[in-house]
Design a protein around this ligand. Structure first.
Ligand code: CA
Ligand code: CA
Length: 215
């Protein structure tokens, strides 16, 4: 990356109590390159200080569903816990909306593309709120997916979006839901009995039930 496009390199000063002597310092920080490490001094009393100039080199993406439950890039096992399983929705007017959070824990801006769906039932899962881009270091954005099943039974798709994380582009994970086409309760059959005031009366029978038979 050209130096002119990088954010100002943070400079931090560190200190440590050491035995007298000469030491080499090194600094490792996630998302940063150590551009320079300077000023190593073994001072009086063994108090060494040095400073490190860090250059941010990459964004680092994390994606969470159902609040803060992490979703791994490439996940193929939809679950209710992380919101990748949308549960049950009626094919007539039923919808389920889930919100996902994209966070940038890296050192430079994270750019994200519009999420899209593919796979067997892609049309049943629609991105109804897009994420913002770019996402600044330490920042986050959210997007929403609406499950609107067009048929009953299991419905599956893959959600994908491009980004500039060096090792998780495109970010993709499987999503699922279940379409249902009836009321939530079983149909009710009403049989007349000898206390009813309408319908065909049937005689009351007395007997005993044993081994699944009524005699
Ligand atoms: Ca990454
Ligand atoms: Ca991926």
């Amino acid at each position: 990356m050209a130096a002119s496009s990088a954010p100002p390199a943070p400079r931090e000063t560190y200190s440590a109590i050491v035995d007298p002597g000469t030491y080499n310092a090194s600094v490792t920080a996630i998302g940063y390159d150590t551009a320079s490490t300077t000023g190593l001094v073994v001072a009086n009393g063994g108090n060494a200080t040095f400073s490190a100039c860090l250059n941010g080199v990459a964004p680092e993406i994390t994606v969470a569903g159902n609040g803060t439950i992490d979703i791994v890039d490439g996940d193929t096992t939809p679950s209710v816990a992380d919101g990748t399983d949308f549960g049950i929705a009626n094919i007539t007017g039923g919808t389920v909306v889930h919100t996902f959070t994209i966070q940038n824990i890296g050192a430079v801006n994270l750019t994200v593309g519009l999420p899209t769906t593919s796979g067997p039932n892609a049309g049943d899962f629609n991105v109804t709120m897009a994420p913002s881009s770019p996402v600044a270091p330490g920042g986050s954005t959210t997007f929403q997916v609406t499950f609107d099943p067009s048929a009953s039974g299991p419905r599956t798709a893959t959600l994908t979006f491009s980004n500039n994380d060096p090792d998780e582009n495109p970010f993709d994970f499987s999503i699922a839901g279940t379409g249902t086409n009836g009321s939530a309760t079983c149909p009710q059959v009403v049989l007349p009995n000898d206390n009813s005031t309408s319908g065909t009366r049937v005689p009351r029978r007395r007997g005993t039930a044993s081994n699944g038979r009524f005699t």
